[in-house]
Design a protein around this ligand. Structure first.
Ligand SMILES: [Zn+2]
Ligand SMILES: [Zn+2]
Length: 282
């Protein structure tokens, strides 16, 4: 069985993520290292760092982070582009200090300049960010998207193109989000669809580059390009997909992170972990 976990809150301090994760039975965590809806750069005091490392030692498990939603590495507005590059570099520095394995990134939205130009701009941005932050263990994990609006990264060939263009491809990986893949048109609800999507990932980027998964069912139907997460088994993807994924030996070391609705009782992730752990191989 794979490493199952969830995106957890860091309210009250980054180190609090571990007790929250442990309480609901996580084997892996995803956190924000700063408020994801603000530009303000993250700052870590020495005591925050120490508290995080101590809590991590007490709860050894892989930790990844999700970057700010404001970042657009191919914005056509020079000011936003520059801000985005600075913001990503600042997050990457902090992730390195925390020992976070991967920083998940939505590749960007081309805002009308075209897909090919957008992918090239994203690669250029990544080159600048990576050269500014050398020698850290944290990889940037490009997340596949639902393809809403002019958002890029809704096919694995687009993610492959970005990786192919950068100077340091070894510092990039991918994060597979099941809800986004389904919304962008991959029929994950069928056995054939399961095989095909991971064959495609292997062909385009190499399966070893898949370094994290987001386990989300989808409220929206296949190919609707709408990003609406749903609890496991309650959406359009259904449990057979998740059963196949968590029992797939290729991903036995891959952090599998829930980003499903918490619900009024805040129990959504705990319930989804129980659902996942109860799934027999499909
Ligand atoms: Zn995601
Ligand atoms: Zn999403």
């Amino acid at each position: 069985m794979t490493l199952l976990g969830a995106h957890v809150s860091v309210a009250g301090g980054l180190d609090k993520a571990f007790s929250r994760g442990r309480d609901i039975g996580c084997d892996a965590l995803q956190i924000f290292v700063k408020n994801p809806s603000q530009w303000q750069a993250p700052t870590l005091s020495e005591s925050t760092l120490t508290a995080f490392h101590t809590a991590h030692e007490q709860n050894p498990m892989p930790v990844i982070a999700h970057s700010s939603y404001l970042i657009n590495l191919c914005s056509s507005k020079p000011e936003t582009l520059e801000r985005s590059r600075r913001a990503l570099a600042a997050e990457l520095v902090v992730c390195g200090q925390l020992g976070v394995l991967g920083l998940v990134l939505h590749p960007g939205a081309h805002l009308g300049r075209g897909e090919a130009a957008g992918l090239e701009e994203i690669s250029r941005s990544l080159d600048l960010v990576l050269s500014e932050v050398p020698n850290i263990p944290t990889k940037i994990l490009l997340e596949n998207t639902a393809g809403q609006g002019t958002v890029l990264g809704y096919t694995f060939s687009q993610l492959a193109r970005i990786i192919e263009l950068v100077d340091e491809p070894d510092r990039l990986g991918i994060c597979f989000d099941s809800c986004h893949a389904f919304a962008s048109g991959y029929p994950l609800h069928t056995k054939d669809g399961y095989q095909k999507v991971f064959d495609e990932i292997d062909r385009e980027v190499g399966i070893s580059k898949l370094e994290a998964c987001h386990l989300n069912d989808s409220k929206a139907e296949l190919g609707t390009r709408k990003d609406r997460h749903e609890n496991i088994g309650k959406g359009q993807i259904g449990t057979p997909f998740f059963a196949r994924l968590i029992h797939d030996e290729r991903f036995s070391d891959t952090p599998m992170i829930l980003e499903t609705p918490l619900g009024d009782d805040e129990n959504g992730h705990a319930a989804d972990l129980t659902t996942l752990r109860g799934l027999e191989p499909a």
